[in-house]
Design a protein around this ligand. Structure first.
Ligand SMILES: *Cc1c(COP(=O)(O)O)cnc(C)c1O
Ligand code: SF4
Length: 461
């Protein structure tokens, strides 16, 4: 066999083309929506850039009712659509709040299939019956909560929820048991919305030396005034056992202009990151983009501000039917995030929460998408696909099931470092199963038998 020639070429011969040139799909993630796209919305047609980028204007003009929606989009949609929205509001477990930026990012020519409409605006015509095994607070965050607004499930990390409002309300929110105000169908549980309760959470964190990692979420910390943000950040940094902190917010996806125009807030975040760095403690921002349609050149500018300030950003997406459950969409999202120096960290299976069965996908769908995106870009920009096991098992790599009955849509997980000796079940949405399996789910006796058989099969592995 001839030895490979590893010496440098001595001629000017062209380098052989081992691979054909990449097609246009290799570059689509570099295109960012730009210009004054919001002017297509009747209510925003006279809004200039300075106003549209003003975060206070965005907050004040957020849409919270069908009437406000109608006032914003006027004749862009058919009257039948508004009726569908009205009914949808009435039946939803979450309040509705949508920023003008998101309103302007919806394709109103096709609102039924738009990924942003799907996330924020419930339509009665699209709702499906809930899976018989789902519950509010499917993650049992209240059960693992030593004091209001603190969830201590894993040994060394805890989730601090200092407030219960968000810049938008997502239909799929896993905390619909607590976030936003009461709705026609759900009365909300209490989080630590009052600073006296924050003190209790800090006290608990300081009393548990094994707690090194604190996630500050909500609600959404975008809603914290700069002063409160600083207070929470500095108090946590001063607790000796706290080594790492993450601030989690959907803000950059739904209202990126805040980073550009709320100087006090952005400076408060920067200050905590810098104070942390000086004492060897890691402070990051975690955010939540789900669709490439959420991203514009405003997003890109905002992410660049954070990058210049040395604030690292990670992204956690939820896999949502009709939003990102398509492999090409997911690949574009991941590459676009990487392009803006946002690290795609996780993609979650949709939690089993009430009233959003139309948004869930099967575990198999997630497995197929994961297979497609892995290898499409840098490994550190390739997210791990997770199932946050209902019942409080915590996050599991979705491939690590002990058993997956694809026919009946039952995945069985165990979590030896979190809740040893227990099984946790995730159920695929029933409408995605074959007719015979759908029929079995209509019979409570069959339901118990299917679950028993799945657990028995998992026990054998
Ligand atoms: C997600 C979560 C965390 C953080 O988990 P990571 O895998 O480290 O991102 C911590 N506590 C709770 C209760 C959580 O749900
Ligand atoms: S921003 Fe987060 S906490 Fe708020 S509604 Fe959306 S998913 Fe829930």
């Amino acid at each position: 066999m001839a030895k490979t020639d590893i010496t440098a070429p001595t001629t000017d011969a062209p380098i052989p083309a081992l691979k054909p040139p990449a097609g246009p799909e290799a570059f689509e993630h570099m295109q960012f929506r730009s210009g004054e796209f919001w002017r297509e919305i009747p209510a925003y047609k006279d809004v200039d850039e300075k106003t549209f980028l003003d975060w206070l204007w965005q907050s004040k003009h957020s849409v919270k009712s069908p009437d406000e929606l109608m006032a914003a989009i006027q004749d862009l949609v058919e009257p039948a659509f508004f009726e569908d929205v009205r009914q949808g509001f009435h039946r939803a477990p979450m309040q509705v709040r949508i920023s003008p930026y998101m309103i302007a990012s919806i394709d109103w020519k096709n609102p039924y299939n738009d990924p942003i409409r799907t996330q924020f605006l419930p339509l009665a015509s699209r709702l499906l019956p809930d899976h018989p095994r789902l519950s509010l607070d499917s993650l049992h965050e209240l059960e693992d909560s030593p004091t209001p607004g603190l969830t201590h499930r894993y040994v060394d990390k805890a989730l601090f929820l200092p407030l219960n409002t968000c810049p938008v309300y997502c239909r799929f929110c896993t905390r619909s048991y607590a976030i936003g105000g009461d709705t026609d169908t759900v009365e909300k549980a209490q989080l630590a919305t009052d600073p006296k309760l924050w003190e209790k959470a800090f006290e608990y964190i300081a009393s548990r030396p094994e707690l090194q990692d604190i996630v500050v979420s909500g609600g959404d910390m975008y809603q914290l005034p700069a002063k409160s943000l600083k207070k929470i950040g500095e108090t946590l940094l001063a607790i000796p056992n706290v080594r790492r902190m993450r601030f989690a917010t959907k803000g950059p996806a739904v209202m990126p202009m805040k980073i550009l125009t709320d100087a006090a807030w952005t400076d408060a975040l920067t200050s905590i990151v810098e104070q942390g760095r000086a004492i060897g403690k890691d402070v990051m921002l975690h955010t939540h983009f789900n669709s490439p349609n959420e991203i514009s050149d405003i997003t890109q500018r905002a992410m660049q501000v954070l990058f210049e300030r040395g604030i690292m950003v990670r992204n956690q997406s939820v896999l949502i039917r009709g939003v990102n459950d398509d492999k090409h969409t997911m690949r574009k999202l991941i590459k676009q995030l990487g392009y803006m120096n946002v690290h795609p960290y996780y993609v979650y299976m949709h939690d089993m929460v009430k009233g959003v069965e139309d948004l869930r996908t099967t575990i198999q769908t997630a497995i197929d998408i994961e297979k497609f995106v892995r290898g499409a870009t840098a490994g550190f920009n390739t997210p791990t696909f997770l199932c946050d096991a209902p019942g409080g098992g915590g996050k599991r790599d979705l491939h690590s099931y002990d058993h997956y009955d694809r026919e009946n849509g039952i995945a069985v997980y165990s979590a030896p470092s979190v809740k040893p000796g227990q099984w946790f079940l995730y159920f695929d949405p029933i409408d995605q199963l074959a007719p015979a399996a759908q029929a079995r789910w209509r019979d409570p006796k069959e339901q118990n038998e299917m679950v028993r058989a799945a657990i028995a099969a998992a026990s054998k592995t």
